[in-house]
Design a protein around this ligand. Structure first.
Ligand code: GLY
Length: 562
């Protein structure tokens, strides 16, 4: 078997073209046949090359995720986790949860000191912050079920980028420099040394290339067993981390039914728990649906009030009820019940701001600086892929597996370390999201597909921590309610409310024309931020062509297609 792989690799190496080292990102374009939106031009081009060779959207997503693990190291990953929402051309839908899990040795109070207080940094930096990675198992599972091109072929572009090198983008160089001291704290060496970070720098990642070749040869076992697993466990042991060989061998992704929500002729399909994204998105859509937002106007006082109050209520429920449904009886049906959600807005009034003191989680029947990244793909047949994947923070825990060449996540911070104490996104949680061995930490990732009158309409998602869900909602509403073209809808300034803290975050250009002052007079509190969440989307236009839009908020965001 090994010899066969060796021959295959030789063949592939012989055929491979030199990796592209130059690129310009484009933020929007319309294509006749297939389209990809993602965080980096080398990754989007990798996906389009697969599509042109006859691969389907899943094949393209497989190759693109591995390519992102090389060329977009701050969030692209094999050491993290993610979610897929999939809609086949015939309308069948699926989702795949490949979120990280807590190691078997994790415990509820593992981040608390002897006085019961959260120890700063323990869940966000270093070896103890790392959850058992799910990415490689997830990619293997989606390929096994839905892919068509050979696995080894789809790994090859990523291997080429890692072994032969590629030019770092300016924005990645800036980011890498910012985290250099962190890398030095947790690693003897990384490929991102000062000498590789000059303008136009080329970087090679030979250890990562070797890891990817092991995955190319052995599939998921090339990561979860054998040499790669040994390297991860050795890294854990060197820094006081918890992940064992058994944790790695036991990791399993889970196929699930997407959350669905109808909205004025549209249907939103999104991610169920262990993400909060689908539930919260559906809740907010249901709460705002009775209001004529289009008539109120984009970011008018009334529109902002209705949407912000729906956000407040959804995030209050998130904190109380959402977590890994395998470990906690998340009352999804009750949370999505139309009558419950209409009643949730019953105390909303236009003449004053609501408050997160009186607005707490509803009573439902019980039967639950950041980096993530997203890709949206539609192939020539009309299959649609929406994938959000994450290391959590930029470069995750900042721990790179020695000899393995990849960063490990700091996803453990997405658990509630202590009830009511905010995580790095300011999100609070309770019992539903307490740490337990083998449990998935609650996510905000919201990979979403939208249908209109039963046909594919839009593929959408974003990185951005807690602001992902509200950014997906606003981008959808910008098109569905405010009549914007997709590029305009993606670029439009956004706001965000997450129940606690009781304030509206807004991007610098948002809430213009006196709206901010009017809302302040009503009693709302605000905090200005430079930018939040970075959308990548594809929309099917009435003539069947595909309009792809990436986000000007990330210089490297890119769309490609044909
Ligand atoms: N790590 C960010 C999220 O999953 O929401």
């Amino acid at each position: 078997m090994k010899q066969l792989y060796f021959l295959l690799c030789l063949l592939l190496v012989g055929c491979r073209s030199e990796p592209k080292v130059d690129y310009e990102a484009q933020k929007s374009a319309t294509f006749t046949t297939a389209a990809v939106a993602g965080p980096h031009p080398l990754a989007t081009r990798t996906a389009v090359e697969v599509l042109r060779r006859g691969g389907n959207a899943i094949d393209a997503a497989v190759a693109m995720q591995f390519a992102m693990a090389v060329v977009f190291p701050r969030a692209g990953n094999i050491g993290g986790g993610g979610f897929l929402v999939y809609r086949a051309a015939d309308g069948a839908t699926l989702s795949l949860d490949y979120r990280e899990t807590a190691p078997a040795a994790a415990s509820r109070d593992m981040y608390l000191d002897t006085a019961g207080n959260v120890t700063e940094g323990l869940s966000t930096r270093g070896h103890l912050a790392v959850g058992v990675p799910g990415t490689v198992a997830g990619i293997a599972a989606m390929h096994e079920r839905l892919g068509t091109l050979p696995w080894a072929e789809l790994l090859q572009p990523a291997i080429d980028f890692a072994r032969d090198g590629y030019r770092l983008s300016e924005s990645e160089i800036d980011r890498l420099k910012r985290y250099h001291a962190d890398f030095n704290e947790f690693n003897e060496t990384t490929p991102f040394s000062d000498s590789t970070l000059g303008a136009g720098a080329q970087v090679k990642q030979p250890d990562l290339a070797a890891t990817l070749i092991r995955i190319q040869e052995a599939g998921r076992d090339g990561f979860y067993t054998g040499e790669t697993a040994d390297l991860i466990v050795a890294e854990m042991e060197s820094g006081g981390g918890l992940i064992t060989r058994d944790d790695l061998a036991a990791y399993a992704p889970a196929w699930k039914e997407p959350i669905t929500k109808d909205y004025k002729g549209y249907r939103l399909l999104s991610m169920p728990p262990s993400s909060s994204g689908g539930v919260a998105l559906a809740q907010m859509a249901e709460m705002v649906e009775p209001y004529p937002l289009g008539d109120y106007g984009f970011q008018s006082v009334r529109s902002v009030q209705v949407i912000a109050e729906a956000m407040r209520r959804a995030y209050a429920d998130r904190a109380e009820y959402l977590g890994d449904a395998k470990f906690y009886p998340v009352p999804v049906d009750s949370l999505l019940d139309d009558a419950y959600l209409r009643q949730r807005m019953a105390d909303f009034r236009f003449d004053t701001a609501g408050t997160s003191v009186t607005t707490v989680a509803g009573q439902v029947a019980m039967k639950e600086n950041f980096e993530t990244t997203h890709i949206s793909i539609v192939d020539s047949l009309g299959n649609a892929v929406s994938i959000t994947t994450t290391l959590n923070g930029n470069y995750g825990s900042k721990v790179m597996v020695d000899g393995g060449g990849f960063f490990l996540n700091n996803e453990m911070d997405d658990f509630s370390a202590k009830p009511g104490v905010p995580n790095m996104f300011g999100l609070v949680g309770k019992e539903a999201n307490a740490i337990e061995p083998g449990k998935r930490m609650l996510s905000s990732m919201t990979p979403t597909i939208v249908e209109k009158e039963g046909e594919l309409f839009m593929v959408i998602g974003a990185p951005g921590g807690s602001t992902i869900i509200t950014a997906v909602l606003q981008t959808f509403l910008n098109v569905a309610e405010y009549g914007m073209e997709l590029p305009e809808a993606v670029a439009a300034p956004r706001f965000h409310h997450q129940w606690l803290p009781d304030q509206i975050l807004y991007e610098t250009d948002a809430l213009a024309g006196g709206v901010l002052d009017s809302l302040t007079e009503l009693g709302y509190q605000f905090r200005e931020v430079n930018s939040m969440a970075v959308i990548k989307a594809v929309r099917v236009l009435p003539d069947g062509s595909l309009q792809a839009a990436a986000d000007p908020r990330n210089p490297d965001d890119d769309v490609e297609g044909y």
